[in-house]
Design a protein around this ligand. Structure first.
Ligand SMILES: Cc1cc2nc3c(=O)[nH]c(=O)nc-3n(C[C@H](O)[C@H](O)[C@H](O)COP(=O)(O)OP(=O)(O)OC[C@H]3O[C@@H](n4cnc5c(N)ncnc54)[C@H](O)[C@@H]3O)c2cc1C
Ligand SMILES: *[C@@H]1O[C@H](CO)[C@@H](O)[C@H](O)[C@H]1NC(C)=O
Ligand SMILES: *[C@@H]1O[C@H](CO)[C@@H](O)[C@H](O)[C@H]1NC(C)=O
Ligand SMILES: CC(=O)N[C@H]1CO[C@H](CO)[C@@H](O)[C@@H]1O
Length: 444
């Protein structure tokens, strides 16, 4: 594109989103600096899943996915709360064949290290620089200069706020989140497969599945099991009503909780999984806040990415994927093929491409919190007796997530901005004529 120029880009936050966008932007030819507030860029927490449309970008960027030691998911299994019998199963057997990429379950620390290598290591483009102990305090939106708590100033052509759900950059852009603590609480625990097997418990790692107990009864109680580290570690997210334990002001740094606290909300739970929880280690609360969608995610030459721009409930397992897609969108918009040197225009299109899609997933994630039939995948299993959704035409489908073509979406929106013709048969990145299982046909 004529007018393309190399930008000097600053990224605030070195989490999954910050690392991903650093990869996309260095590959697009830009000079990238990541500023992280803590003294190391790492990750807390355990499992994090990455569906085809996230995995797709990891491959496009040449990331060494094996380094993340993923479990490739074969099934989504929803089990009865009391008996553990499967009630709704979504088979991912033909998933790679259909969508071109697998559904990975990573361990967070491994995933972060994998992205870190691709952002800072050898490879296409200029390796990004990571500056730790840099906490963003303010940004001058006229000169595009960041002020850090340590007194350092840094001016950039473009600034990306990838600083998570508590984003400082978001406040600087004048966005005041409407938010409330979620009605459910979440405790996370780790179980070693080896220990479970030694004690004669069920070996869930054999299923290679993301497994859910509950979710059909319109209750907040739900157990989510994700196998990671090649199946050696079982990561459990355990949800219950907030009245039974309020952790909304806790953070990861908080102390571990006693196992009794984890078991207490679940007297009627299937004993097979209950026995797993009983040997749980490193039990920690994960605070959950529901944010309404923000009105915008950019101003001038500053934009938001990942949880900073659209934090969501974990119930569609899409938070990390959405951060990766944001990164991909910026990488495309600022690539030699599309970028004409106008940063504000590129960010305006970024917002038009990303905000509607992320907002849709955000809303679907909030719904799936109390009704698992709203979760992508299970939303397809309409024939089970307890299937019920708020509005069948609005359920989020795998087709919509994976048949989406971001290049087309970008081209359509750029063409409108540049008063150019767009003639391909796509609307917002979805092919005209595509029939979604929720009964919607694109273009009708
Ligand atoms: C219970 C639970 C389960 C989840 N499971 C999944 C899942 O299975 N799949 C999935 O896709 N997603 C999942 N998610 C969501 C996922 O964790 C997030 O969406 C994703 O990690 C967001 O990445 P991020 O980089 O935007 O933010 P973060 O990971 O929060 O990173 C922000 C970074 O910015 C730094 N920072 C913050 N403030 C500043 C500042 N002022 N200056 C400089 N640096 C700063 C922080 O230290 C941090 O390193 C889950 C979330 C929850 C709550
Ligand atoms: C276990 O879980 C905690 C959070 O509960 C996480 O921070 C930790 O890294 C996990 N440990 C392992 C070995 O994965
Ligand atoms: C990140 O990558 C750099 C360069 O490859 C390496 O020196 C550093 O140790 C890595 N950090 C982490 C936390 O993985
Ligand atoms: C945004 C995006 O990457 N969409 C892709 C999702 O996966 C399908 C199938 O691999 C691709 O065709 C889309 O382009």
């Amino acid at each position: 594109m004529s007018g393309w120029r190399r930008l000097n880009i600053g990224i605030v936050g070195g989490g999954i989103g910050g690392m991903s966008v650093a990869i996309a932007l260095r590959r697009a030819g830009h000079i990238v600096t990541i500023y992280e507030r803590s003294d190391f860029a790492g990750e807390v927490g355990a499992s994090v899943s990455c569906a085809a449309n996230g995995t797709r970008w990891l491959h496009e960027w040449g990331v060494d996915v094996a380094k993340g030691d993923p479990v490739v998911l074969r099934k989504l299994i929803n089990r009865d709360w009391k008996t553990g019998e499967p009630v709704s199963v979504y088979d991912l057997g033909d998933y790679e064949e259909r969508w071109g990429y697998v559904y990975n379950m990573f361990h967070r620390q491994y995933m972060h290290a994998m992205l870190n290598d691709s952002a800072l290591g050898e490879g296409e483009g200029h390796p990004a620089t990571l500056k730790v102990d840099h906490r963003c305090r303010d940004i001058d939106l006229i000169t595009n200069t960041i002020t850090f708590e340590n007194g350092v100033l840094a001016q950039h052509d473009l600034i990306v706020g990838a600083d998570g759900i508590g984003s400082a950059v978001r406040g600087i852009l004048g966005i005041k989140p409407e938010k409330k603590p979620a009605d459910s609480s979440c405790l996370h625990t780790n179980i070693s497969t080896e220990e479970a097997v030694r004690l004669g418990l069920v070996d869930y790692s054999q299923d290679n599945a993301l497994e859910y107990w509950g979710g059909q009864e319109g209750k907040w109680d739900k157990i989510v099991l994700s196998p990671c580290n090649g199946g050696k570690l079982l990561s459990y997210y355990c949800f219950f009503p907030r009245e039974q334990g309020d952790y909304s002001t806790q953070s990861w740094g908080a102390d571990e909780r006693p196992v009794e606290e984890l078991l207490q909300p679940y007297p009627a739970l299937d004993r097979q999984v209950f026995d797993h929880l009983a040997i749980g280690k490193e039990i920690k609360p994960w605070r959950l806040w529901v944010h309404n969608p923000y009105p915008y995610i950019h101003r001038g030459r500053v934009c938001l990415l990942g949880d900073a721009g659209h934090p969501m409930m974990p119930h569609q397992s899409q938070g990390a994927c959405m951060a990766i897609e944001d990164a991909a969108a910026l990488g495309i918009l600022l690539s030699p093929r599309y970028f004409d040197g106008d940063v504000s225009q590129a960010l305006a299109v970024y917002e038009e491409v990303r905000l509607p899609r992320a907002t849709r997933v955000q809303a679907a994630a909030a719904k799936a919190a109390y009704n698992i039939n709203e979760r992508i995948g299970f939303s397809f299993n309409k024939d089970i007796p307890t299937y019920k959704v708020e509005d069948p035409k609005k359920v989020l489908t795998i087709e919509e997530m994976n048949a989406y073509d971001m290049y087309q979406d970008v081209e359509e929106k750029l063409a409108a901005k540049r008063h150019a013709a767009y003639t391909d048969k796509f609307i917002c990145g979805l092919p005209v004529g595509l029939e979604l299982p929720n009964g919607i046909t694109i273009g009708d």
